[in-house]
Design a protein around this ligand. Structure first.
Ligand code: KG4
Ligand code: ZN
Length: 329
């Protein structure tokens, strides 16, 4: 079995997964503390990972009815993410692996999101176009084999989930505000306001910074009372712009495929409008269950199944990396 760790942001995650992709345990400990600050505070995230990681690993093994003796491979997210947070997972994984002379697989976080699609009981096999949209990343990729992906587009500034969160903050909805903004949007008119969808960005890349600024100016124009009165319309129009931006690029990517199929992942995959618009594209669509769309370690274990692990002691000097790099097949 594979024991996997994921600590790239504010969730401390451990999972036990078989080499066939069957999930035996998938534990996520979310650090609610960041809501107080309206966003993730990196130093606090690292400290919490350090406090939680051993208990989360023990919990995952317990729930799987397993011990460390059952693990023949340790997997861990190497990047991209918050470096201090990643290092807690990497150091823990190295210690677990080295103590038992096990091999270690260093996994790219985005490849993890893509590999969430390969888990049992409903694995979705390549080829497909994959849209990953979360608080930390926005990626459009072509997947032709399970060991990697070809990046087609990414965000040039804010991530899609970040755009939801920043919009929610402007409308006074708390953090993370995506679900609250989406709920409010259900009562509003998506055509009430015209927000930019980043259409000027060429190719398959995304841009959400202009959208957030447009909402800021709109709320200033309207003033406090009117903003409150029209909050549902503002939320609906804003959500519409984010989803249309995602859908337009996805549609363009699918149009270039001989056999178009789509997988969606990341926290924003929970968005009702995005899911609805995706099913209207007329191609087979796969969305992993919500707990596999948001950050988790089962997806990291899944990616490790198709990676090349490093044998002991080759990984002892393994380092984390903060920023995404092109990850070609
Ligand atoms: O994947 P995730 O849990 O963590 C990251 O890796 O970032 O994604 C969290 C993001 C947040 O920005 C949150 O606001 C957004 O996903 N999100 C949503 C919805 N549910 C979560 N955005 C829009 N609509 C939703 N229903
Ligand atoms: Zn993620």
């Amino acid at each position: 079995m594979i024991l996997a760790l994921e600590t790239s942001c504010d969730d401390t995650c451990a999972a036990v997964v078989t080499h066939d992709g069957e999930i035996r345990a998938n534990v996520v400990s979310s650090q609610g503390v960041h809501a107080t600050f309206g966003g993730v505070v990196p130093e606090i995230a690292s400290r919490h990972h350090l406090e939680l990681v051993n208990a989360v690993v023990d919990d995952a093994l317990d729930r799987a009815g397993a011990t460390l003796d059952d693990a023949d491979l340790i997997a861990v997210t190497q990047g991209p993410g918050l470096v201090g947070a990643l290092l807690i997972g990497v150091a823990t994984a190295k210690a677990l692996a080295a103590a038992r002379r096990l091999p270690l697989a260093a996994v790219d976080h985005l490849q993890g999101h893509v590999a969430a699609n390969y888990l049992q009981p409903h694995p979705f096999e390549p080829p497909f176009i994959c849209l990953i949209a979360s608080g930390g990343h926005t990626l459009l990729a072509r997947v032709t084999e399970r060991g990697g992906y070809e990046q087609l587009g990414q965000t040039l500034d804010d991530a899609a989930g970040e755009a939801f969160d920043k919009g929610a903050r402007l409308l006074g909805l708390g953090y993370p505000g995506g679900p609250a903004l989406s709920k409010l949007a259900a009562e509003g008119d998506p055509a009430a306001f015209d927000f930019p969808t980043g259409a000027r960005v060429a190719g398959l890349d995304f841009s959400f910074a202009g959208l957030k600024t447009a909402l800021l100016y709109k709320t200033r124009d309207l003033g406090e009372d009117e903003t409150r009165r029209r909050a549902a319309d503002l939320a609906a129009s804003y959500e519409h712009a984010i989803v249309e931006a995602l859908v337009a690029r996805t549609k363009r990517a699918l149009a270039a495929e001989p056999e178009p199929r789509l997988a969606i992942g990341g926290g924003v995959a929970a968005n009702r409008l995005l899911r609805q618009r995706a099913t209207e594209l007329g191609v087979p669509v796969h969305v992993p269950p919500p707990e596999l769309c948001t950050d988790n370690a089962a997806m990291i274990a899944s990616a490790a199944r198709f990676a090349e692990p490093t044998a002991f002691p080759g990984y002892l000097d393994l380092d984390a990396y903060a920023t995404a790099h092109a990850h070609a097949v």
